[in-house]
Design a protein around this ligand. Structure first.
Ligand SMILES: Cc1cc2nc3c(=O)[nH]c(=O)nc-3n(C[C@H](O)[C@H](O)[C@H](O)COP(=O)(O)O)c2cc1C
Length: 170
């Protein structure tokens, strides 16, 4: 099956998660393209889509939300999986409001969604992000770290691969 793994990533942590998911799907025999959401090409060329975004100040990046909105009609017609990456993935959300991950999963009828830990290197952030990570509106100051659980990510990707293979056989 032809699978698009589209991602929105500012500093590369989410891109690497997307690449790992793509690698698992490739090894499972699928024809995989891993592309930035803003340059993903024609979504209709693919049988299935995985879309992921990092979370900044509680929200998905604009490239990911624009991708979901713009390709909504095509995406609802295909099997779709969504994931987020963020340093607060282990904390409960500050309000009962649905996260963008939940919102877009509902909107697109996603098969599954996953919130993965992210990664952050403070000295690599641009000046604005250096300040924003300290802003009082954040529940905690974000520090450098890598919370990505590659076993968890691989496991999720293997589940996608299994579902895709099952639907190919069906
Ligand atoms: C200014 C700033 C705001 C952030 N806000 C959030 C947030 O609201 N929730 C969260 O889980 N992670 C937050 N993060 C952490 C990033 O989502 C995390 O580092 C992510 O893995 C970055 O991925 P990227 O390099 O692909 O953009 C924030 C990071 C920065 C620098």
């Amino acid at each position: 099956m032809s699978v698009l793994v589209a991602f929105a990533s500012r500093y590369g942590a989410t891109r690497q998660i997307a690449q790992q998911i793509g690698a698992v799907l490739s090894v499972a025999g699928h024809d995989v393209r891993v592309r930035p959401a803003a340059a993903a090409g024609d979504v209709r060329d693919h049988d299935a889509v995985v879309l992921g975004s990092s979370v900044y100040r509680g929200h998905w990046m604009e490239q990911a939300t624009a991708f979901a909105e713009q390709h909504r009609a095509t995406l609802v017609d295909r099997p779709v999986w969504l994931f987020s990456s963020g340093m607060l993935a282990d904390s409960p959300p500050p309000t009962d409001a649905p996260t963008d991950l939940d919102r877009y999963a509902e909107m697109l009828g996603a098969r599954d969604r996953a919130a993965f830990g992210g990664a952050l290197v403070v000295r690599r952030l641009d000046l604005l992000d250096q300040v924003l990570r300290l802003a009082p509106s954040r529940r905690r100051v974000l520090r450098s770290g890598d919370l990505r659980d590659w076993v968890d990510i691989d496991h999720w990707a293997h589940q996608i691969a299994a579902e895709l293979s099952a639907s190919t056989l069906a």
